[in-house]
Design a protein around this ligand. Sequence first.
Ligand SMILES: [Zn+2]
Length: 187
Amino acid sequence: MIDVECYPLEYFENFKKKSNAKSYKDDCDSFELREKIRDDLLQKQKYQCAYCEKKIYKKNSHIEHIRQRDKFHKLECEYTNLVLSCNDENSCGKYKDSNKNPIAKQWQDEFIHPVVDNPKKYFIFNENGEILSFNQNAMKTIKYLNLNNPKLTRLRKNIILQLSYMDDVDNLLDYFNEFENLVKEYI
Ligand SMILES: [Zn+2]
């Protein structure tokens, strides 16, 4: 999970003031605004999904409400509640809010927050490409976002394997350009 910096986006703050925005869906339905949000978050997240750290671009990502809009109305238009997530149906933002997710209804507000918490403190990776934690909420977060689905663990394992042959290459973070916390752990 990416540690997303929490400074506000001036354009969004001005937009909210001008339009007295209360609902994200109705009051923030502006193409220009959403483009600005995407551009800013892509920079902050270094083009990685906030949850799984896979490479994302504008076209294969969506603006994600960390705390669900329908349950946390007050956070709907808060910039600190927004990140960009990949569009994978089996993990991250889309999975989190879907009917497929067996724990979505029972548990959702204590999970590790990419903006407010410092996710680096909570997660590690084993050599099979699995993400692990010793913290209860972080363990639930892994399940909640399905961060150990087979596709993701395969991708991570593959990177670990590549890293084991690449110890003389400079700037490995730039080389892979995704999964930054995994690469940092295995450098
Ligand atoms: Zn993702």
